[in-house]
Design a protein around this ligand. Structure first.
Ligand code: ZN
Ligand code: ZN
Length: 267
């Protein structure tokens, strides 16, 4: 299959390679499309995002590359819009991914995925040691902010499980996750199957977890593969295995980007 991947990070945020290197790699792999989706600016944590003053340059460079590579590959100008980012004009982008990376405790922000130590401290400090409360605040961002954003692609909906601090078998956790899913899932949105935590050694399975996949399937949700790549070597990482996993959970098709549009293909 000629894969597409619309979730990649370049040196504009926390990726390892320049946009051109990513596009070149995608062309050499025969991919049908590649999207670059660096992290939107988050004023409370500037370690992982596009610098505020670089946003214009980012868009300009990607648009120039898109024109340069037209005919060789579809390059899409994207952004991974964090639930707490503000001031973005969606007409600047071909698509947006809506993702939560932080929870907010009365004005203080804590990352849900950058370090185990940081997450454990946040759970202690803000949630009295209750990891489920942390998960609830995380899923509230999807229900309250990302649902308003109406993104083209729902990013890693259960990222909060990345570092293993949550018992994913807990009925209460699952209830929270499914409730957030119901709030954000629309007939137009695509849900990504995201392999980024596997390539970086955090997880053995992609997001979303199988219990969420089954809920997505039941609600008519459509899936798109992404590797949340921070390195050009992982543009289609674990995609073949994802197809098998989707088939195992009842999916008969995925959405991919090819010939200038999103299209559903049988798997
Ligand atoms: Zn993300
Ligand atoms: Zn990402």
């Amino acid at each position: 299959m000629n894969y597409s991947n619309l979730h990649t990070h370049s040196i504009y945020s926390d990726g390892n390679h320049a946009p051109r290197e990513i596009v070149e790699q995608a062309v050499s792999q025969g991919m049908s499309a590649i999207g670059i989706s660096d992290h939107s600016y988050t004023f409370f944590d500037t370690r992982y995002c596009i610098a505020e003053e670089k946003n214009g340059e980012y868009i300009k460079e990607l648009r120039a590359l898109k024109a340069e590579y037209a005919g060789k590959i579809d390059l899409l100008v994207g952004i991974e819009l964090d639930g707490f980012s503000q001031g973005y004009d969606r007409s600047d982008f071909d698509y947006i991914i809506g993702s939560c990376h932080y929870v907010n405790f009365d004005g203080e922000y804590a990352s849900v995925d950058s370090s185990l130590d940081g997450v454990l401290k946040a759970i202690d400090k803000y949630c009295g040691g209750d990891a489920l409360k942390f998960a609830r605040l995380y899923f509230d961002v999807y229900s309250e902010r990302i649902s308003d954003m109406r993104p083209d692609i729902l990013g890693h909906i259960d990222l909060v499980a990345k570092l293993g601090v949550i018992n994913e078998d807990s009925p209460e956790y699952r209830r929270l996750a499914v409730s957030a899913l119901c709030d954000v899932l629309t007939k137009d949105s695509l849900v990504e199957m995201n392999t980024g935590a596997i390539s970086r050694g955090y997880r053995k399975i992609p997001y979303p977890a199988p219990f969420l996949l089954r809920e997505i399937k039941e609600r008519g949700g459509r899936m798109i593969l992404s590797s949340d790549s921070h390195d050009k070597s992982t543009l289609t990482f674990y995609f073949d295995e994802c197809l098998a996993l989707l088939r195992d959970n009842g999916f008969k098709s995925i959405v991919t980007y090819a010939d200038g549009r999103f299209q559903e293909i049988g798997i």
